[in-house]
Design a protein around this ligand. Structure first.
Ligand SMILES: Cc1ncc(COP(=O)(O)O)c(C=O)c1O
Length: 402
């Protein structure tokens, strides 16, 4: 049974009447005790799931909003990353605003959160029938910031929003970037920084003022230096284009640990290049549910090949794990001295339905048929993108109080 708790690997056994012990095998970085117990209880009744540790999520929201307030940073929640009601309400309750891409996401926020949260819209393109409505919401302030993705869109919006403040999304295509700073270029989103002057002129010709600049570096490429470099260049080029920047939105892809010190250092580094009078906005998605999401899947079969062992499990990489980089459970060798790695697979007919490879760790229990494997770092996007492809049901989030 459970030997020791709190961040250590905990092989745990649950007993199923008549079936002997069934193991629940966790990743090295274990969930909190209450969460692990809830996952085990769910396994005991044969129920797989995508579990969210709400206590940890609330902690992340609290520490992030507190540190953000110290540095004058506005933090948003990217609605696409998980539109679950309770999660959205938890974010809104702490003053977190929302990043949306279209009317549908606006409706999600409006219907599930209530009140009038700060909403920012960044869209690669809006369906034609949505534009009028979005413009109305911009006029009323229901959408507080919006960023056009092209000069054409900017021209259209300025035509509809004569006299107002407007925003544009930029990329770093063609910019000289210091070696080692991870930047995704060329990006297909936004306009080049050297088009900012043209953007300003388009806005001015409709009596609008271009005041809001947005950049989202592809998330996988982001680290602190990417944000700082982007901010510096955005301000420099805006200044050269004669733009008086009121707000700088640096997008999502936040990968800092959610603790006071890391976040303080990060926000401080940004503030060292962004003056206080410029509103600084971040709109992460992944970050919020990081260290909160777990997927459980039962072992259906174990197949031995010459060089590896296949674990067929009751999940699907496409169905449950898209846009996740899961932490895999720690598994012991199938027999003493056996070094063959495990290939954890889903149960769809797709050859590449492979969750990942696990090298055996001597001293840990080997997985057997009917055991449960628990994955950590399963993102909310996986639930959003989840499908019932090939008859494997999608898994809606199960929220655990922790
Ligand atoms: C414009 C924009 N903002 C925010 C995000 C959230 O990114 P992440 O979930 O990596 O933080 C994305 C993700 O694709 C995005 O495209």
């Amino acid at each position: 049974m459970v030997a020791s708790l709190g961040g250590q690997h905990r092989p745990a056994a649950i007993t199923k009447a008549g079936n002997g012990d069934i193991q629940v095998l966790f990743p090295r970085r274990c969930p909190a005790l209450g969460v692990a117990e809830a996952i085990k209880a769910s396994c005991a009744i044969g129920r797989p799931g995508f579990f969210v540790d709400m206590a940890n999520l609330r902690r992340r929201l609290t520490v992030t909003t507190e540190v953000a307030a110290e540095y004058g940073v506005r933090v948003l929640y990217a609605v696409k990353s998980c539109g679950n009601d309770e999660i959205l309400r938890a974010a809104a309750g702490l003053g977190v605003g929302f990043d949306i891409s279209n009317n549908e996401e606006f409706e999600i926020v409006a219907s599930r959160v209530g009140g009038r949260p700060f909403v920012s819209l960044t869209s690669p393109g809006l369906a034609k029938e949505q534009r009028e409505r979005v413009c109305r919401m911009i006029r009323t302030g229901d959408i507080a910031r919006f960023y056009c993705d092209s000069l054409r869109q900017l021209g259209d919006f300025c035509g509809l929003l004569r006299g107002s403040e407007v925003g544009i999304r930029v990329n770093l295509n063609g910019e000289a970037i210091t070696d080692g700073v991870p930047v995704y270029a060329p990006s297909r989103f936004g306009v080049r920084l050297n088009e900012l002057k043209a953007a300003r002129d388009i806005a001015a010709s409709a009596g609008c003022r271009l005041r809001w600049i947005h950049l989202h570096n592809a998330s996988e490429f982001n680290e602190r230096s990417s944000f700082v470099t982007a901010a510096r260049l955005m301000l420099k080029r805006s200044h050269e284009a004669g733009i008086d920047v009121a707000a700088l939105d640096l997008g999502g892809g936040l990968r800092e640990p959610a603790d006071e010190r890391s976040l303080g250092d990060f926000f401080g580094a940004l503030r060292s290049v962004i003056p206080d009078h410029v509103e600084l906005i971040l709109e992460p998605g992944h970050f919020w549910l990081s260290e909160c999401g777990y997927l459980s899947a039962q072992v259906l079969d174990v197949k031995a090949f010459d060089t590896y062992l296949v674990l067929v499990t009751d999940c699907g990489a496409l169905n449950h794990l898209q846009w996740s980089y899961p932490e895999l459970p720690v598994l012991g060798p199938i027999a003493r001295g056996d070094r063959r790695p495990y290939l954890m697979c889903g149960r769809t007919c797709f050859e590449r339905d492979v969750v990942g490879q696990i090298a055996p760790s001597p001293g840990y229990p080997a997985p057997l048929i009917d055991d449960w494997l628990v994955l950590g770092e399963v993102s909310g996007y996986s639930a959003e993108l989840g499908s019932s492809f090939n008859g494997v049901p999608a898994r809606a989030p199960i929220l655990l109080p922790g």
